[in-house]
Design a binder for this molecule. Structure first.
Ligand SMILES: Nc1ncnc2c1ncn2[C@@H]1O[C@H](COP(=O)(O)OP(=O)(O)OP(=O)(O)O)[C@@H](O)[C@H]1O
Length: 272
């Protein structure tokens, strides 16, 4: 991955977002955002509340259309929810929503293979087998398959959400706060599991997190958003102590952002 999605430099990126803008009335939730991720790499998106992180994710998954700018996935233009390439990409993207979005009236296994059952790509028997296999992968017992989401703890629900997100073996995995509300030990477990899944399957992963430490240790790339804009984007290995302090201050609201930026966007379009 190159350090930002400058359209000049990142034509080969698997995920390429160019000057993406999404508005709600007069409010600009995502403001001319550039980012890019190479195939098989991982990116954490971090930023304070209302920074535009979830709206960006919803543009990537195709819930919202770009008002301006573009989104390319493996070269396909999917900038709008109704772009011709979108239907094909629906099956190639797995998403964990912020509040898991599990169906309370369905069992765990039906939730995990919901899409396959709906589309008829798997019989119910095959779907249950597949879901049970995925439960093992996310560290849940086979017996959980017949429970409903209400029977599960928050951490277990997250795991079921992740199992559903990877059920179609997606090329792109989008995770909106996979560890929100979980204790640090469980958060680490889940993040480790995500890294392993990404490594074993070669999945490209973009994940929102509020934890700078997790972002730095578990992800290859990091994008910091603030007020709908990308404030910093680059390799986590390039984050030195000064950057770390600065980004952490932005995250907890003790820095007002770009005014106190230590370094800025270079002439070649790379944030440093
Ligand atoms: N459907 C919508 N209609 C109107 N405004 C919206 C809508 N969705 C999001 N917003 C607004 O867009 C801004 C960005 O929201 P977003 O959910 O992307 O923030 P976020 O960075 O994910 O924050 P958090 O970490 O708190 O979830 C917020 O001001 C939010 O109120």
């Amino acid at each position: 991955m190159t350090q930002t999605a400058s359209s000049q430099t990142d034509k080969t990126a698997f995920v390429r977002v160019n000057k993406l803008t999404k508005r709600f009335g007069r409010m600009t939730a995502v403001d001319s955002v550039d980012l890019s991720v190479a195939k098989g790499e991982t990116m954490a998106i971090i930023g304070p509340s209302a920074a535009g992180k979830s709206v960006l994710m919803k543009c990537l998954v195709g819930i919202y259309s770009a008002d301006e700018g573009s989104i390319f996935l493996d070269g396909d233009d999917v900038s709008r929810a109704d772009s011709p390439a979108r239907p094909e990409w629906a099956a190639k993207i797995g998403m964990l929503f912020q509040h898991n979005a599990l169906f309370d009236s369905l069992t765990v296994w039906e939730n995990i293979c919901f899409r396959q059952i709906e589309l008829g790509t798997l019989s119910r028997k095959a779907a249950k087998e597949r879901a049970t296999e995925l439960l093992g992968l996310v560290g849940l017992a086979e017996e959980s398959a017949d429970l409903t989401p209400n029977d599960l703890s928050g951490g277990m629900q997250k795991r079921v959400g992740i199992a559903r997100a990877i059920s179609s073996d997606p090329e792109l995995l989008l995770l909106d706060n996979p560890t929100a509300g979980l204790d640090p030990v469980l958060s680490n477990h889940i993040e480790l599991m995500i890294s392993k899944i990404a490594q074993q399957r070669g999945t490209t992963v973009i994940s929102i997190t509020n934890d700078m430490q997790i972002a730095r240790t578990r992800y290859q790339n990091l994008t910091m958003m603030h007020d709908g804009k990308v404030y910093w984007s680059g390799k986590t290995s390039d984050i030195d102590d000064a950057h770390n302090e600065h980004l952490t201050q932005m995250l907890d609201g003790s820095s007002q952002g770009p005014i106190t930026m230590r370094t800025g966007k270079r002439e070649d379009g790379v944030y440093a």
